[in-house]
Design a protein around this ligand. Structure first.
Ligand code: GH3
Ligand code: MG
Ligand code: MG
Ligand code: MG
Length: 299
């Protein structure tokens, strides 16, 4: 069942219909209302509702076009749209469902049926959101996984390109981790990765920073709006935080405890450069840190 209260956006140009729909659904939900297509789109963008009830005939943009715009927007197309309309011909309903609406309710509507359909669609949305969150988390360490990192990098890249802000990356690889597993066993190896992930999360302070497990014993920190100096300071803190864990590693060539090597890269994204270029650069620097003796960072 639905756990947290849902936010529902109701769009209709008739004040009486808006009122009766809001009354039908009030109680367990936060209700937002709009009477034009443009307002609806603005509110959808700023409030990301869990569900949209959409009239077809509106004074500015038709409800069908509002739905098309929502479904074409990668950040909004996950919001289920239910048409609530006086246009009750079969072809109208088919057209609405064809452009991506999840359901179609004819006016005059029956309040208990509206409530039941809304409840069912909210429950499905809740389950989908849950699955999506699980699909973004690394099962071993609980930090973001590679899929989440790739997606966030793409979004942050676009954002940084628009704002001409620097975007920094820190790539970290555990030193002599094969030897660690061979000496202490895979179970301790897993514990070690969990401890490093936790330490990295503790060091990254900004809500926009992302720590992800990039691969086996590699982690990556994505740092939006961060200069190379800022990223270097964080990388240095990460390196120290792993030393401070003081996890014994007797078969390491670069100390007696577990350590990491890091590559730090920072760019202001522009055309002609791709996220892969920055990752490759960080990887090259990480490789240099390994060759320079490990347990250190290279910028
Ligand atoms: P280097 O200092 O050059 O990075 O040496 P390394 O031994 O860390 O590098 P290598 O790539 O040879 O070995 C990586 C090791 O990480 C091998 C692999 O078994 C281990 N590893 C990868 N994923 C996991 C995991 O999920 N759990 C455990 N316990 N070990 C893992
Ligand atoms: Mg209307
Ligand atoms: Mg590695
Ligand atoms: Mg390694």
């Amino acid at each position: 069942m639905q756990t947290k209260p849902a936010t529902i956006l109701i769009i209709d140009d008739q004040p009486a219909t808006l009122r009766s729909l809001a009354q039908t659904l009030q109680g367990a939900h936060t209700i937002l209302v709009a009477s034009t297509g443009q307002d609806a789109l603005d509110i959808a963008r700023s409030r990301s509702p869990d569900l949209i009830l959409l009239d077809v005939m509106l004074p500015d943009i038709s409800g069908l076009d509002v739905c098309r715009i929502l479904k074409a927007d990668p950040e909004l197309n996950g919001i289920p749209v239910i048409f609530v309309t006086a246009r009750d011909e079969a072809e109208d309903e088919a057209a609405g469902l064809d452009i991506g609406a999840i359901d179609y309710i004819s006016k005059p509507f029956n309040p208990p049926i509206v409530r039941a359909r809304v409840r069912n669609h909210l429950e499905l949305k809740h389950q989908r959101d849950l699955l999506e969150r699980i699909a973004m988390i690394d099962g071993l360490t609980g930090v973001a996984n590679r899929r989440c990192f790739d997606r966030t990098l793409k979004n942050e890249w676009r954002r940084a390109m628009r704002s001409a802000d620097p975007l920094a990356l820190v790539l970290a690889d555990v030193d002599h981790f094969k030897a660690y597993n061979d000496t202490y066993g895979h179970q301790d190896g897993d514990d070690c990765l969990r401890a490093i992930a936790r330490a990295f999360e503790e060091q990254t302070q900004r809500s926009s920073d992302l720590v992800a497990r990039y691969g086996g014993e590699e982690f990556v920190c994505l740092l939006p709006s961060t200069t190379i100096d800022g990223a270097g300071q964080l990388a240095s803190a990460l390196c120290q935080a792993v030393r401070d864990l003081a996890i014994p590693h007797q078969t390491s060539s670069c100390g007696t405890t577990v350590s990491v090597s890091l590559g730090v890269s920072c760019v202001v994204p522009h055309h002609g450069l791709t996220p892969d270029d920055v990752l490759r650069h960080a990887d090259t620097l990480l490789y240099r840190a390994k060759h320079a003796g490990r347990n250190q960072l290279v910028i």
